[in-house]
Design a protein around this ligand. Sequence first.
Ligand SMILES: NC(=O)c1ccc[n+]([C@@H]2O[C@H](COP(=O)([O-])OP(=O)(O)OC[C@H]3O[C@@H](n4cnc5c(N)ncnc54)[C@H](OP(=O)(O)O)[C@@H]3O)[C@@H](O)[C@H]2O)c1
Length: 239
Amino acid sequence: MKIAILGGTGNIGKGFALRWGQKHDMIIGSRNAEKAEKFAAEYRDILKRQGYNANITGSDNKNATEEAEIVVIAIRYNQLRSLIDLITPVIGKQIFISVVVPMEKNLCYISPNAEPRTIPITSDQFNADYFCFTMPEAGSATQEIENMLPAGTELASAFHTVPAKKLADLELELDYDIGVCANSEYSKKVVFGLIKDISRMRPLDTGPLEAAAMLESLTPLIINVAARNKMKDISIKFI
Ligand SMILES: NC(=O)c1ccc[n+]([C@@H]2O[C@H](COP(=O)([O-])OP(=O)(O)OC[C@H]3O[C@@H](n4cnc5c(N)ncnc54)[C@H](OP(=O)(O)O)[C@@H]3O)[C@@H](O)[C@H]2O)c1
């Protein structure tokens, strides 16, 4: 399959490129095509040292979207609007996957329309930052993306609980459960396949796209647990 990673030069993008680049054609998307090509060359080199002759190219985000069958949205929540506006003219039959988590450090909202409350970290015995899920009006970043995309666009939500550092470390097998929700059974099935392509990852069906809020909100929880319990880059497993 031809997979584009929008924001593929970033933390989580690297891991996807290295894992899926072993089997699929990858297009690293960036706001800057030259930067994308530079990162694509770096990822190819890493995989070459592991014995893979990977087909990883770099392009700007719009071209990457146009060329791909699967498009992973791997940028930060507050950058979504401009990216979706940019790629909308070239959206057709691609399946989109959002890994986006709307969260803030030390700033929480009781509801999307409420005044935010700053969390005073100095009173915390661990003196660690506290991450909050900042629920968008649509319920989740994924549902907000669905509202921005042309009607009928295939969209799934997954991978929110995967730590970027471990995804990019090819020495590691990732015995994680990956919750997936989607707006069609077809896109869910395709994402299940992509999860199974990563050694030991297990896809789990979490329901329709409306489940995205629950999936996305797991990330700040995991980060808070890690920070307060001297754990690093943890994920989840249902047992
Ligand atoms: N990091 C993790 O462990 C992790 C795990 C699960 C999910 N996620 C989610 O994945 C997403 C990306 O996280 P990340 O840590 O990979 O982020 P990141 O490294 O900070 O950024 C990813 C890429 O976003 C692009 N970017 C920056 N500003 C932009 C803008 N204004 N418009 C469009 N693109 C812009 C940059 O690429 P160019 O400069 O090349 O355009 C950058 O390389 C987030 O939504 C995060 O919640 C992250």
